[in-house]
Structures are given as structure tokens and as C-alpha cells.
Design a binder for this molecule. Structure first.
Ligand SMILES: Cc1cc2nc3c(=O)[nH]c(=O)nc-3n(C[C@H](O)[C@H](O)[C@H](O)COP(=O)(O)OP(=O)(O)OC[C@H]3O[C@@H](n4cnc5c(N)ncnc54)[C@H](O)[C@@H]3O)c2cc1C
Length: 381
């Protein structure tokens, strides 16, 4: 009997667990650890924010995994020993043959003075609900979508948020409100290349959303509703919707798997760390591309990496060679409001630079994103 321990039941962990359950004999044990009792489908939070989904529609309980032969431990992981493949959670130690770490990125608003006092962190369920409530009662003024630091997960999400908010406010006729994006990055979705970046800037411009790149926020005054940036600029807002700073979960850094201010280094094809049979996938990893920038943090990559790692693990356990490799291919829908979305797809491992194509926006891409959400829930719940 073999045992595979999977840290985190988010996108990467969930895909890995289900793929392994298909591939391994029933006598082999698969254990998923998550601090939360529910799995959240993060892309739906943008729709929670604009009221087209309720929060409970974006979440499902992990308990149903048990019916599929997967052991679920609902407790925070407090210690990882990658040398002995041991995880400590809920005061119990678990040792496995293989570790797969899919613990994501930790959100840490406290890294920007004053930011935590603001409710509109739409990267969390309560934050998305807070933005929704504020949008309903907004009487006008300036809505600021803030990207506080890089890297952040889903490079498209804050731009989608700005366009969805603009679309929502446009429907409230007579309301005088503007939407702006202030971003600690030089361009939207920059790793995907200048064509994709420009397409997003054009989409913002068409919707009269002012874009302020290269603006790193240094302080937030929640009482005065004012942001201060490293450039010396300040801006006041009536509603703030923000992406908080991200960092590696401390338990991962304490295990010696990543520096406290960095991410887990892995073989970019096999996702194995420097510890044999310890894999890391998804947002917790830092994978350098030929252009000197990291692979974006996105569910589509966590998903594909989970499938690849499950194949590699199953082959190794069976004593066979494992030819599977993660190839850096990914795609993303870009919500634009009014039932329209764009789409981009490409190979991020291409050299000398990622080869990503942006497709003309349309209603069919929005329908595609809705269909993917339905598929995500339908396959396991
Ligand atoms: C608003 C929003 C919209 C997005 N839209 C898209 C999109 O359209 N397309 C796309 O590709 N990506 C999108 N993303 C990004 C995507 O959700 C992430 O990249 C993806 O979830 C990463 O998967 P992961 O498995 O690495 O981490 P996660 O899905 O974040 O999972 C990590 C899990 O680990 C658990 N965990 C963390 N620490 C511990 C601990 N110490 N002990 C136990 N459990 C722990 C967490 O509870 C969590 O369940 C979006 C993200 C947001 C916030």
C-alpha cells in the first residue's frame, strides 16, 4: 500500500487527488489536507462582486471527496518535513511515499500599511461580498481597483473586475461614477506579451476606465479614503476594490522549500522540488521563463500541473518510467462586462518569449467561462 499526501485542496490539489484516485489502486491512500472545510472556485468571486452569483454558489464542501475514496483532513498544516515526507496537521503527523504541495499563495493585506482596514479585498469571499454591498449603495464618485503588489494570481482578474464594475454601474442610470485601475505593474498581463497587454488597455480605454500603471501603493488611509503611492501621487476614492499582496505560505518557507520572500523552486517540466518525491504545483511555485519573468499564477496552470504530477506519481509507484511533462500551455477568459468576454491562449514556455494569441471578444467567450464553471462543479460534486 502507498500513501500520497496532498497539501491544499484548491485547484491544483483537487485535480491531483481526483486524477490519482483514477490512476492508483483502491488500496493506495490519497490524503488531502485543507484548512478550510470548503473548496472555493475563485473565478466566481468576480460574479459574487457584481451580484450575479451568491457566495454559497462559489463554494462546495470537501466532505464529498470521501465518497470518492479520498481521505480529507480539515485542519491547517502546521509543519512540513520534506525529507521524511511528513505533514503535521491537527496535532497528528502523517507520513507518505509522496508529497504534493498545492498550498497556493497566502494573501497578506497587512504588508501595505492601512490596507487591511479596507473591506474590499475581492480575492476573498467576504471581500467580494463587501464590494457588492458597496456597489449597491454607491451614490457616485470614484471607484478605484488597486493592484497592490506583484505577483498576484490571475493576471486578468483585476482588469476583469474593473470592466465588470464599470458595466454594473453603467446599468444604474443617472449615477455619476468613474472607474480607475492603479497598478503596481507596468502593463496588464505583461507576460502574455505586448499584443495581449494592448488589447486589455484598449478594452479599458473603450470603457473610459483610466489606467495608471507602475504605481506601487505605500499607504492607505481608510478614514480619509486616500491612497499614497511610491511615486508621490495620491488618489482619493469612494469605493476601493483591491488585490492584496501575495506571499508564500509561512509553513512552506519554514520547511526550507522556499525563501520567505520567494516561491518554491521546481523542475519546470516535472514540478518536482529539490527533495525527491516532493512536488509543488500552482501558485506556491515560482517558475522562471526565458524572458526573465515568472510563469503567471493561474488556475489553468495549477490544473494542468496537477494532472501531470498525478501521472508521474502513478507511474513511479507502478515502477514504470514517467514521460509526462508540463508544457506551459494555458488559456484564460477575460470578462469585460455586458455579457462579453475576451480569450487568450498560448504556450508560456515558448522561447525566446511566450507565444500567446488574443481572440476577438464576444458573447461566446463569456458563455465559455460560465460553461467552465458549470463543468468544474459538475465533474466532482
Ligand atoms: C478573483 C479571482 C479570479 C480568478 N480567475 C481565474 C481565472 O479565470 N482563470 C484562472 O486560471 N485562474 C483564476 N484565478 C486564479 C486561480 O484561482 C489560482 O491561480 C488557483 O486557485 C491556484 O491553485 P492552487 O491549487 O495553487 O491554490 P489554491 O486554489 O489557492 O488552493 C490552495 C489551498 O491550500 C489551502 N491552504 C493554504 N495554506 C494551508 C495550510 N497551512 N494548511 C492547510 N491548507 C492550506 C487553502 O485553503 C486552499 O484551499 C482567479 C483567482 C481569483 C482570486
Amino acid at each position: 500500500m502507498h500513501r500520497v499526501l496532498i497539501g491544499g485542496g484548491g485547484v491544483g490539489g483537487l485535480v491531483t487527488a481526483h486524477a490519482l484516485r483514477r490512476l492508483l489502486p483502491a488500496t493506495d491512500e490519497i490524503v488531502v489536507f485543507d484548512a478550510s472545510p470548503v473548496h472555493t472556485f475563485w473565478p466566481s468571486l468576480l460574479w459574487v462582486m457584481t451580484g450575479t452569483r451568491r457566495a454559497e454558489q462559489a463554494m462546495r464542501p470537501f466532505s464529498t471527496l470521501r465518497e470518492r475514496g479520498i481521505t480529507v483532513v480539515t485542519a491547517p498544516i502546521t509543519r512540513i518535513d520534506p525529507g521524511s515526507h511528513t505533514i503535521t496537521a491537527g496535532e497528528r503527523q502523517w507520513t507518505g511515499d509522496v508529497l504534493v504541495l498545492a498550498l497556493g499563495a497566502q494573501l497578506d493585506p497587512a504588508l501595505v500599511p492601512g490596507l487591511a482596514a479596507e473591506a474590499g479585498n475581492f480575492y476573498t469571499v467576504p471581500g467580494a461580498e463587501a464590494v457588492r454591498n458597496s456597489l449597491r449603495t454607491l451614490t457616485g464618485g470614484r471607484v478605484v481597483v488597486l493592484i497592490s503588489r506583484v505577483p498576484f494570481k490571475c493576471p486578468a482578474a483585476p482588469y476583469e473586475a474593473a470592466m465588470l464594475i464599470e458595466g454594473y454601474l453603467r446599468k444604474r442610470r443617472g449615477l455619476e461614477a468613474t472607474v480607475e485601475v492603479w497598478a503596481a505593474e507596468p502593463a496588464p498581463m505583461g507576460v502574455a506579451g505586448p499584443t495581449v497587454s494592448q488589447a486589455v488597455v484598449d478594452a479599458l480605454t473603450e470603457r473610459h476606465i483610466a489606467y495608471h500603471p507602475n504605481q506601487r501603493v505605500t499607504a492607505v488611509d481608510a478614514d480619509a479614503h486616500r491612497l499614497t503611492f511610491q511615486s508621490g501621487d495620491t488618489v482619493s476614492y469612494d469605493l476601493l476594490a483591491y488585490v492584496p499582496p501575495h506571499r508564500v505560505p509561512p509553513v512552506v518557507a519554514e520547511a526550507g522549500l522556499a525563501p520567505a520572500d520567494g516561491w518554491v523552486a521546481v523542475d519546470r517540466a516535472t514540478l518536482e522540488t529539490r527533495f525527491p518525491n516532493v512536488f509543488a504545483i500552482g501558485d506556491v511555485t515560482g517558475i522562471s521563463l526565458a524572458i526573465g519573468k515568472p510563469l503567471p499564477k493561474a488556475g489553468v496552470f495549477a490544473h494542468r500541473q496537477g494532472e501531470v504530477v498525478a501521472q508521474i506519481v502513478a507511474q513511479r509507484i507502478a515502477g514504470r518510467p514517467a514521460p509526462d511533462r508540463f508544457d506551459g500551455v494555458g488559456e484564460c477568459f477575460i470578462e469585460m462586462g455586458g455579457g462579453i468576454a475576451g480569450f487568450a491562449r498560448g504556450n508560456f514556455y515558448a522561447e525566446p518569449a511566450p507565444a500567446v494569441r488574443a481572440y476577438r471578444p464576444g458573447r461566446h467567450w463569456h458563455a465559455g467561462k460560465v460553461a467552465f464553471e458549470r463543468h468544474w462543479w459538475g465533474q466532482w460534486w
